[in-house]
Design a protein around this ligand. Structure first.
Ligand code: BGC
Length: 731
């Protein structure tokens, strides 16, 4: 690759300005002017028909079986909005997204891309640099293919560990998810590709996602799901926000004035545009309520922003000025991301991008248990049993629109059934290379015995005669359905029980889309969570197993001890016959994840923020400062024998007389043995506040507040207090 991105329209635009003006650069191409000035000028140069074309997208894949054909001019990806060549406005070529550049239905025949690990792995890194590097990779890999809109990051809060798309997202905490999503968006847009924060808002479950009404009162939303988006937008300035399928407190998200018009655009001053999720528009009046662009209009039951919009305008339901505003917002984001400038397409360096993916997985693997230091495994084992999890093929990937056709080709594909279009989506694929190959490469002198794990007795008999065993277990998750419970599927618990019984030096590698129950935990020699590892997965897993890498991932989601401890032991709408609208209530309100366990005094299996290392860390010298907000400083010392990275976490644990638990900040740093990090953190005051409806603002209740610092939400070593003044925060 590496050919020129041609924008013939730029030349035409200068010509069209007429003889007297041809030498003057049009205002919208003048990079010395502000983005807003340029957007206003460009919008003014558009005809009413041209503005309308910007408001409607098309599905840009080819599925002849169901009469879907890629539009002319589309590169081939999830979506396409034609450009306006006479003014140098390029088409929007929209691609999925969160875990690599997707190639849906092989629309770009044979095109493979580097697969990033699950979003949960990136979140587990607790590392902004990892998130930013992922964004750069995504932006660069998109731009190299002529794609200029990336339909990510995804940052719905993991309200329920059974959520089918949790693996794509960034965990259960608004600060963590919002911060990392902002970093990803920055990375994407630094490559001149528009980032799209999705799915706005509260698409926190897949069950009934088109018909569920997520009933979450506004104050709770503002302190949780919406706060994550607010933080991401402040930090990363994504050019667009994708509204979600679900209803939210009544209207569908894509037609919700409270959500789009008032919260996003008015209160937060979001200057970009709102695009719909694919098939999420239900009325032309959605334009009046804040939606700017109907994506893949052919997937809606009518193309609402085409003919029905004329009728809605005529009936006075949509002010015509909204068309100008929507067009201007779209143009503004294009200008801000640099889509109007001519530039060379980047060249993808697959090797370098695999290294980026591997780093993300390396920092995202969470060591959950290692009581007698079975890990790291020695390299001079006589023999080693490796069982299960498709570890002879690759690492599992999640399903749905985020699925990437990985470099090296799909290592294994398992069809999961279903009918129609959905069946094309429902498959489990594996990304190469195979973990067993990565293990072999590290242990050239060890006899590696691989078994598929179908017969626990076989795996156990073989494991009994070797000094150690590794069992890979997996749980598939994908878009459009949630997971029924937290038990590993297909009898894998029995496999682990047999092998750990036969050999206590058994390491369990979890490759799951979220938390699972570990009934055999006490028998296992060691357990690590590797999520869906992506193109660098096998190597990163082997690196942790044999100690080239000291694990530093921390859980971005609580691992519950039982489904009965969840706010909703039965997931609303799961397995309900399709078609009947329903409401889902969330007793936890803004207390998502670990905050729920703290509020209800339940002890989870593993708390949020948990993660072991091959070294130890000691905390000391906590100072807490008050005033407008809380600030903390403390020291962390590597008190063990190996170099390793620490993720020190600070939580608000009491406010006035009320105990609570809210992550205020964290600091990740690599430390040599004996080395000390001096950490200072300042709390975002929204994290100290409650959201009030009158007036619509965050309110910090003044008083004494307690901050606790430590290794995870369940293991806080030091506490200190300071007084914070009462105040309303500017909206
Ligand atoms: C998903 C979005 C995705 C879109 C385009 C939808 O089904 O919810 O996340 O970006 O499809 O593929």
């Amino acid at each position: 690759m590496g050919f020129r991105n041609t924008l013939p329209g730029v030349v035409c635009a200068a010509v069209l300005l007429g003889a007297g003006q041809a030498a003057t650069r049009p205002v919208w191409l003048d990079t010395a002017r502000s983005v807003d000035e340029r957007a206003v000028a460009l919008e003014a140069a558009l005809t009413p028909e041209e503005k309308r074309t910007l408001l409607v997208g098309a599905f840009a894949v080819s599925i002849p079986e169901v009469n879907i054909h890629k539009p002319a001019g589309a590169v081939g990806s999830a979506g396409y909005v034609p450009g306006i060549p006479r003014l140098g406005i390029p088409a929007l070529q929209e691609t999925d997204s969160t875990l690599g550049i997707a190639n849906p239905f092989d629309v770009r025949p044979g095109d493979t891309a580097v697969a990033l690990p699950a979003g949960l792995a990136t979140a587990a890194s607790f590392n902004s640099e990892i998130a930013y590097a992922n964004g750069v990779l995504l932006g660069r890999e998109a731009a190299a293919r002529g794609l200029n809109v990336l339909l990510g990051p995804g940052l719905n809060l993991a309200r329920d560990p059974r959520g089918g798309r949790n693996f794509e997202y960034l965990g259960e905490d608004p600060l963590l998810a919002g911060t990392l999503a902002g970093d990803i968006a920055r990375g994407v847009q630094d490559q001149h590709v528009i980032a799209v924060a999705k799915h706005f808002a509260a698409n926190d479950q897949e069950s009934g996602r088109q018909i569920v009404n997520m009933a979450i009162p506004e104050p709770a939303l503002r302190e949780s799901d919406l706060l994550a988006f607010e933080i991401a937008i402040d930090r990363g300035h994504p050019g667009a926000v994708m509204c979600a399928y679900n209803k939210l407190n009544g209207p569908h998200a894509c037609g919700s004035a409270p959500l789009l018009k008032y919260t996003l655009k008015h209160d937060w001053g979001f200057p970009g545009f709102v695009m719909s999720d694919w098939g999420a528009v239900h009325s032309a009046v959605d334009l009046a309520n804040g939606l700017d662009q109907e994506s893949a209009a052919g997937l809606d039951d009518r193309e609402y922003f085409v003919t029905p919009l004329d009728a809605a305008i005529k009936a006075g339901l949509v002010p015509p000025a909204r068309i100008d505003d929507a067009a201007r917002r779209i143009l503004r984001s294009m200008i801000a991301a640099g889509l109007l400038e001519q530039r060379e397409k980047p060249i993808v360096n697959v090797k370098a991008d695999i290294a980026v993916a591997r780093n993300a997985e390396t920092e995202g693997i969470v060591l959950l248990s290692n009581p007698s230091a079975v890990l790291p495994l020695p390299a001079d084992l006589r023999c080693l049993v490796v069982a299960g999890g498709g570890s002879d093929a690759g690492v599992p990937a999640g399903g749905g629109s985020s699925e990437v056709t990985p470099v090296g080709g799909i290592a294994r594909e398992i069809k999961l059934g279903g009918e129609g279009l959905a069946a094309l989506f429902r498959r489990q694929i594996y990304d190469p290379p195979a973990p067993v190959a990565a293990i072999r490469a590290r242990l050239p002198h060890t006899k590696i015995i691989w078994v598929d794990g179908r017969y626990p007795a076989e795996a156990a008999l073989l494991s009994a005669v070797c000094p150690a065993a590794i069992v890979f277990v997996q749980q598939w998750a994908g878009e459009d359905s949630d997971i029924p419970n937290l038990t590993l599927p297909s009898g894998q618990d029995a496999l682990i029980a047999s092998v750990t019984h036969a050999n206590p030096h058994t390491v369990v590698v979890l490759e799951t889309g979220g938390p699972v129950l570990l009934p055999w935990l006490k028998q296992a020699g060691a357990v690590m969570e590797a999520w869906y590892g992506g193109s660098g997965g096998a190597d990163a897993i082997a690196g942790v197993l044999f100690g080239d890498i000291n694990p530093s991932g921390h859980l971005p989601m609580t691992f519950p001890a039982s489904v009965l401890d969840l706010p909703n032991p039965a997931l609303s709408g799961q397995y309900m016959p399709a078609g009947r609208d329903f409401s889902a209530a969330f007793p936890e309100g803004s207390n998502v994840g670990y905050r729920w366990y703290a509020a209800t005094r339940k002890t989870p299996q593993f708390p949020f923020g948990f993660g072991l290392s091959y070294t130890d860390f000691a905390y000391s010298n906590l100072h807490v400062g008050g005033g407008q907000t809380l600030s903390v400083s403390f020291d962390v010392r590597n008190s063990g024998q190996r170099a390793g990275a620490n993720v020190a976490q600070a939580y608000l644990t009491a406010r006035g007389g009320q105990t609570l638990l809210r992550l205020l900040g964290w600091h990740k740093q690599s430390l040599q043995p004996g080395e000390i990090a001096h950490v200072t953190l300042t709390a975002d005051p929204r994290l100290l506040a409650d959201y009030q409806m009158v007036p619509h603002q965050f309110h910090v209740p003044g008083g004494t507040m307690t901050v606790s610092v430590g290794a995870d939400a369940g293991n806080l070593k030091l506490s200190g207090t300071a007084a914070v003044g009462s105040r309303m925060l500017a909206p």
